[in-house]
Design a protein around this ligand. Structure first.
Ligand SMILES: Nc1ncnc2c1ncn2[C@@H]1O[C@H](COP(=O)(O)OS(=O)(=O)O)[C@@H](OP(=O)(O)O)[C@H]1O
Length: 422
């Protein structure tokens, strides 16, 4: 026998006593080939076991962990960025707050948002405490421009912070239609393609905050300067690091269901807590897709948002792979979709979204803006009381839901007026 092969067998045999229960006694003393076979058998068995365990434990661990790691997280701050599926996420948070009797940081007085587009200040939140005392809340999610030190004044120290972003090309297209009449930079542009072909004709930086919808709107919502130089890599990297430090999770609107899977795991919530119907969507008629040249221009015009999106899209998928892996992700997304289908069948008339004129109950009619035709839902007739309440929560538009929570939380105060319903 070759000397080096013999040496290796001897090393293997020296390891034999480490597995006294697995190897037959004396296997190594009887002869080198027997020892080699035993070690090989052991290695194969371990490989096989590892394969089986990896497969099944991958599915089991999250279930075990979600129970083992304690109760659901109830202190949650959601930065509601604009035109990013954020109303659907806010509906999830409002429902969780209402069904768990949690307090919500709601806009003060007759306001519908938390001071946007100005940087958030704690006093934009309604409070039942006497002047000077700062009330803290469980849930916060109405539109605001992020300002961490002020948010920390109204939220507990152990709050979970998260947000959502969307491909800026689609985010801008949605914003253009929705804010067409409201944003100075959009008003005179015939179309978004026309705006992007010559943005400086329409966009005047000195007009101030109202134009924030027209450029790098997500960057702005995060509290940063939306007109900053996008080619200053030091600046961009520093702001991205700020977001990473301040938010435990950044979701991606294009991957909404995968986002809900991650969110549910992070918050240790039940499946039904994160199942939602798409809210605040436009009818196909009011979507005006950009040309290929327009899309390229939008990326350049919103280069800060583009870098934000690229960065967090990458880290989102890295996290999905690290925490779940493809098999578990697929099964969790399938579970979520199946449950949504079930609830759609149970709750919704015809199972589809309706435009404003088709919605019978004014409380379920979403606010309309600009040239967008915003869709909502009719509920099925004849639901039992409990199902009716559950379904109603899922389809109540943001402003009506906010007004209802406000009335519940501050019964002594003047209720919110929603003029568009009158
Ligand atoms: N679940 C889900 N998945 C993907 N996309 C979704 C989802 N829910 C809402 N949406 C789309 O988000 C857009 C509305 O965004 P917001 O609710 O953030 O708008 S707002 O700023 O509160 O007015 C709006 O986009 P547009 O239709 O392009 O305008 C919605 O269709």
């Amino acid at each position: 026998m070759d000397a080096s092969v013999k040496d290796r067998w001897e090393v293997l045999c020296k390891l034999c006593p480490m597995f006294p229960t697995l190897l037959p006694t004396g296997a190594c003393w009887g002869g080198l080939p027997r020892c080699f076979q035993a070690v090989l058998l052991l290695a194969l068995t371990m490989l096989l076991l590892a394969g089986i365990l990896r497969m099944d434990m991958g599915l089991l661990i999250p279930l075990l962990r979600s129970q083992a790691e304690g109760p659901p997280i109830v202190n949650v701050m959601f930065l509601k960025t604009h035109k990013t599926a954020s109303s659907t996420v806010l509906n999830i948070l409002f429902r969780f707050a209402e069904t768990h009797n949690l307090s919500v940081a709601l806009p003060a007085g007759s306001s519908f948002h938390l001071g946007y587009p100005w940087l958030f200040l704690a006093h934009y939140v309604e409070s039942s405490e006497p002047q000077g005392l700062q009330q803290r809340f469980n849930i916060m999610g109405n539109h605001l421009r992020f300002n961490l030190p002020e948010v920390q004044k109204v939220m507990p120290n152990d709050t979970f912070y998260f947000s959502i972003i969307r491909n800026p090309v689609f985010q801008l297209e949605s914003a253009f239609t929705y804010y067409k009449d409201y944003v100075p930079a959009f008003r005179d542009a015939e179309s978004l393609d026309a705006f992007l072909a010559s943005p400086w004709t329409y966009y005047n930086q000195s007009v101030g905050l109202l134009n924030a919808f027209a450029r790098n709107n997500m960057w702005f919502d995060l509290g940063f300067d939306n007109d900053a130089r996008a080619d200053d890599q030091g600046y961009v990297r520093a702001r991205l690091a700020d977001v990473e430090r301040q938010f435990q999770l950044v979701l991606i609107a294009e991957h909404f269901d995968e986002s809900m899977v991650l969110l549910r795991r992070a918050l240790r919530w039940r499946l039904d807590d994160v199942v939602a119907f798409r809210l605040n969507s436009r009818s196909a008629r009011s979507v005006a897709p950009l040309t290929a040249a327009g899309r390229a221009r939008a990326q350049r015009w919103c280069a800060l948002d583009w870098q934000l999106y690229q960065h967090f899209n990458r880290s989102f998928w890295a996290r999905v792979h690290a925490e779940l892996g493809p098999r578990l992700l697929r099964s969790e997304v399938a579970r979520l979709r199946a449950r949504r289908r079930e609830l759609r069948e149970r709750c919704l008339q015809d199972g589809v979204a309706k435009n404003q004129s088709q919605i019978a109950d004014p409380q379920l009619r979403p606010f309309q803006s600009g040239q967008a035709d915003i869709l909502g839902y009719n509920l099925r007739q004849g639901l039992d009381e409990q199902t009716q309440r559950m379904c109603e929560r899922m389809v109540t538009p943001e402003l009506q839901y906010m007004a209802r929570l406000y009335a519940l939380q501050f019964p002594e105060k003047q209720p919110k007026r929603l003029p568009f319903l009158e």
